[in-house]
Design a protein. Structure first.
Length: 331
């Protein structure tokens, strides 16, 4: 009789339907997992683009500041040192200069450091290779100079600055190559910037096989969570880069204002020496005021040039914000 075959057929059809349903669900899970991984990739890609953009703009700002420091030293400060060293019978204390900048008055040690900084700038701008010059400018823009000048000759200093830019994680990050191959690429895949430690960009999984669809769907969700966390770190690092760029441009603007005040006083000093010789006592009151003002501004410019924007860990320094406030109140 055929009737006993009916339950068997129903069972076969049910098993087939279950198998089809499972296959369909696996396919849906694959699509969901792939979409989730695609979202994770997009999150990382966007965060990396934002960080790289802010990194490049910050690097440009640091290099611009470093170049500006070197040019001011090479041109304005060297002019001042050359003229000031000629003077005899100087009594600056009794002259009227920029009294509001008296805090930055120079003693013999400061003057010697300023002279050495000028010699350094001339040496750097005079004939270093492009690679070495880039490293020196980056370091010079980010850090102060007097401490590095203290224990090294000019030739050694340039090499030291270049080496620091190549090996310090923060300056290497700004110097280039740190986002190569889709990662951060510094110190074994990590970078230290402003106290933030960001790991290399998340490597998202590839295609998922249907047999493991349920498992891989959970992995894809975990990837998405990790991508979001990593993106937060990258965005925070990007914000730090933006803050560094802004601080650099505040220094650039400040040095431009000081230079615009400094150069006319240098002209007056040089004219006075041409007219009266090197005897300061023969200068008239306006010429003495010019010398005193130039000396005050030279000390102020030195203080700005020697104030680091960043510390060795890549954090913005408190003293860089403080000196901007102090000088802006005085000029």
């Amino acid at each position: 009789m055929p009737f006993p075959l009916i339950p068997v057929a129903i069972a076969v059809l049910a098993a087939g339907a279950f198998g089809i349903g499972k296959t369909v669900k696996a396919g849906i899970d694959i699509k969901k997992a792939n979409r989730t991984n695609k979202d994770a990739n997009s999150i990382i890609k966007n965060a990396k683009w934002r960080l790289n953009t802010s990194r490049l703009s910050s690097r440009d700002a640091i290099e611009k500041l470093g170049t500006q420091k070197l040019e001011i030293l090479d041109k304005g400060i060297n002019r001042f040192v050359k003229s000031f060293e000629q003077l005899r019978n100087i009594e600056i204390e009794n002259s009227i200069g920029l009294q509001e900048l008296s805090k930055f008055k120079m003693d013999k040690q400061s003057f010697a450091e300023l002279k050495e900084m000028g010699d350094f700038a001339t040496s750097v701008l005079g004939g270093m290779s492009v690679g070495t010059l880039g490293g020196a400018i980056t370091a010079f823009g980010a850090w102060g100079a007097a401490g590095q000048l203290a224990a090294a000759s000019t030739g050694t200093l340039i090499a030291n600055l270049s080496g620091a830019a190549a090996t310090n994680a923060t300056l290497a990050f700004f110097g280039g190559g740190s986002l190569a191959a889709g990662g951060l690429g510094i110190a074994g895949g990590t970078m230290v910037l402003g106290g933030i430690v960001a790991g290399p960009a998340l490597a998202i999984m590839g295609l998922i096989v249907g047999a493991k669809a349920n498992t891989e769907k959970e992995k894809a969700l975990a990837n998405l969570a990790t991508a979001r966390k990593t993106a937060e770190e990258l965005i925070t690092a990007s914000d730090v880069c933006i803050a560094i760029r802004k601080r650099c441009y505040l220094f650039i603007e400040l040095l431009e204002r000081l230079t615009n005040m400094f150069n006319p006083l240098l002209d007056q000093m040089e004219t006075a020496i041409n007219n009266h010789g090197a005897d300061y006592s023969l200068f008239n009151i306006e010429e003495k005021k010019a010398v005193a003002g130039a000396l005050s501004l030279a000390g102020t410019i030195k203080a700005v040039i020697d104030t680091p924007i960043l510390n060795k860990d890549g954090k913005l320094t408190n003293e860089s914000a403080q000196i901007i406030r102090e000088i802006n109140k005085s000029i």
